[in-house]
Design a protein around this ligand. Structure first.
Ligand code: UDX
Length: 432
C-alpha cells in the first residue's frame, strides 16, 4: 500500500522504515531538510540497533523515499501516518500539540481524494476528537477520517517492537474505513498472531498513556521500597527477584536505581496528570504526582550517597560512566545519569563523563561537563566511580584494572547492575 509518515524523528523514521520492510511504498515527510538528507543517504540520525540496515535495504529496493513537500505527500497516498513529537510544554505539565496541528493544517487542504489519517504520536485524550472537527473544517470536498494507532516501541528495540509488537491498538470512529485499512497495512503481523484491538478514539489514546504511567509507577514503587530497604539494611535487588517471581507482579520494570528518564515516561505521566485535571478527574491521578516525586528524589539521593562516600564533593574527582537515559540508546533527554553528573558538578566536584554512544548528544546538552574517550580514561585519578547507565561494557568492567588508574576505591552502582562481590574482593567499597 502507498502511505506517508509525517515526522522523521525516532518514531517516524522507525515507522517509515518498518512499513517499507512490510512491503509498503512509503514516503517519509519532514520539514527538516538536514534530517531528510541523512536519512536519504541511509544514515539514521540517532543510535538504534538494526534500524540503519532496514532503512538502507528499503531505500535500495525503492520502497522508501523522503520529502519535505506536503503537496507531494498529499498526492502520493490516501493513507497518512502522523508521527511528529508531542513534547512537554515549557513550564507546564501539558503536552505541546503544535507539531500535530501544523501537519493537519498544512496537509488536509491539499488532499484531493478521500483519506485515512492514523495518529501514532502520544497525545492527551480528546485530541483525535478535536482533530476530527478541525479536519472536517479544512477538507475540501473529500472525506478525511482521523483514527489513532498508538505506538509502544522502546528505544533500543524499536525495529523489533514495530515488526513484532505485543498488540496493535486502533481507535476509530464507528462506521469508518480505518479498521479495514489498518487490517490491510498490518496483514502480515495479524497473520503472525499479533492481536488488533479496536476501540473508540479516546480509549486508544488512553491505552498509550496509561501503559506508560503503569511502567513509571512500577519503577517508582520499587524505588520507594528501595528507600525502606536502605533504612532497614535490606537488599532491594534480592527483594525484586523474590517478588518478581509472582507472575501477577512480574520481574520486568522492577529494577531499582536512579529511576526513569527519557523522552517518554516523564513527559507522558505529566501530560496525563494535566489532562486529567482539565477533565475534572485529577484526584484519580494524584498517585502519579507521587510517582514523579519518588523518581526525581532518586537523583538527589544519588548525589547524597556520593557525598557521603567521598567525604566531600568539593574538589572530589568523580568518574560518571553512562550518560544515556538507558543502555542501547544515545538519547539523553531527561537522562537521570546526566542530571546526577550535573548536580555533582554544581556541588563542587570535578566530573568526567563517558558513554559508549551518547557523547555527542551529552556535549550538546551539558557542554560544561568534562568528557573522556573511554571508561578507563574517565576513571583516571577518580576518587569515586559511578555507574549510572547499565551498558554491558560497564557491567563487565574489571575492578582490578580500574584500581590501576583510580585514586579512590568507591564504586557507586546507580543501577544495581554490578557484581558487588567482584568489586569488594578487589578492595573497593561498594555503594548502591
Ligand atoms: C518507554 C516505554 O517502555 C515504551 O513502551 C513507550 O513506547 C515509550 O516509552 P523507552 O522510553 O524507550 O520506552 O524506555 P524504557 O525501556 O521504558 O525505560 C524508561 C526508563 O526507565 C529508563 O530511564 C530506564 O533506565 C528506566 N527503568 C526501566 C528503570 O529505572 N527500572 C526498570 O526496571 C526499567
Amino acid at each position: 500500500m502507498k502511505m506517508t509518515v509525517f515526522g522523521a524523528g525516532y518514531l517516524g523514521a522507525t515507522h517509515a522504515a518498518c512499513m517499507a520492510e512490510l512491503g509498503h511504498e512509503v514516503l517519509g515527510v519532514d520539514t527538516n531538510r538536514g534530517k531528510l538528507a541523512k536519512l536519504e543517504a541511509g544514515d539514521v540520525p540517532f543510535y538504534e540497533p538494526g534500524l540503519p540496515e532496514v532503512l538502507r535495504r528499503n531505500i535500495d529496493q525503492g520502497r522508501l523515499n523522503f520529502t519535505d513537500s506536503y503537496a507531494e505527500a498529499a498526492a502520493w497516498a490516501k493513507t497518512h501516518f502522523i508521527a511528529v513529537g508531542t513534547p512537554q510544554k515549557k513550564g507546564e505539565f501539558g503536552a505541546d500539540l503544535s507539531y500535530i496541528d501544523a501537519v493537519i493544517d498544512e496537509l488536509v487542504p491539499l488532499l484531493t481524494d478521500d483519506a485515512v489519517l492514523f495518529g501514532k504520536s502520544t497525545v492527551p485524550v480528546g485530541t483525535a476528537a478535536r482533530l476530527t472537527t478541525r479536519v472536517s473544517q479544512l477538507a475540501r470536498d473529500v472525506d478525511v477520517e482521523v483514527s489513532w494507532n498508538p505506538e509502544f516501541l522502546r528505544e533500543g528495540y524499536a525495529v523489533a517492537d514495530t515488526l513484532h509488537p505485543d498488540r496493535l491498538v486502533l481507535g476509530t470512529r464507528p462506521g469508518g474505513r480505518a479498521e479495514q485499512v489498518a487490517r490491510e497495512i498490518y496483514a502480515s503481523l495479524i497473520v503472525d498472531g499479533v492481536p488488533l484491538l479496536v476501540t473508540d478514539l479516546a480509549t486508544a489514546e488512553l491505552v498509550k498513556v496509561s501503559a506508560n504511567a503503569f511502567l513509571a509507577t512500577k519503577i517508582s514503587f520499587i524505588n520507594a521500597v528501595a528507600e525502606v530497604c536502605e533504612a532497614a539494611g535490606a537488599d532491594i535487588a534480592a527483594l525484586s527477584d523474590a517478588i518478581g517471581r509472582d507472575p501477577r507482579i512480574g520481574r520486568q520494570f522492577l529494577n531499582a536505581g536512579i529511576g526513569f528518564g527519557g523522552g517518554c515516561l516523564p513527559k507522558d505521566i505529566r501530560a496525563f496528570m494535566a489532562r486529567a485535571g482539565e477533565l475534572g478527574a485529577d484526584q484519580a491521578l494524584t498517585l502519579l504526582r507521587e510517582v514523579d516525586g519518588i523518581n526525581m528524589r532518586r537523583r538527589t539521593r544519588m548525589v547524597e550517597i556520593v557525598r557521603a562516600a567521598s567525604g566531600t564533593l568539593i574538589g572530589s574527582r568523580i568518574a560518571v560512566l553512562g550518560a544515556a537515559f538507558k543502555p542501547g540508546s544515545d538519547d539523553v533527554r531527561d537522562s537521570p545519569a546526566l542530571n546526577v553528573a550535573g548536580q555533582l558538578q554544581l556541588n563542587g566536584a570535578a566530573v568526567t563523563v563517558y558513554d559508549p554512544h551518547a557523547m555527542d548528544n551529552s556535549r550538546r546538552l551539558f557542554p560544561t561537563l568534562d568528557y573522556s574517550t573511554s571508561a578507563m580514561e574517565a576513571c583516571e585519578g577518580a576518587d569515586s566511580v559511578l555507574v549510572l547507565t547499565e551498558w554491558p561494557e560497564f557491567v563487565s568492567l574489571d575492578p582490578t584494572s580500574v584500581s590501576d588508574v583510580a585514586r579512590g576505591r568507591n564504586i557507586i552502582d546507580g543501577r544495581y547492575c554490578l557484581n558487588r562481590q567482584d568489586w569488594e574482593s578487589a578492595g573497593w567499597t561498594y555503594h548502591a
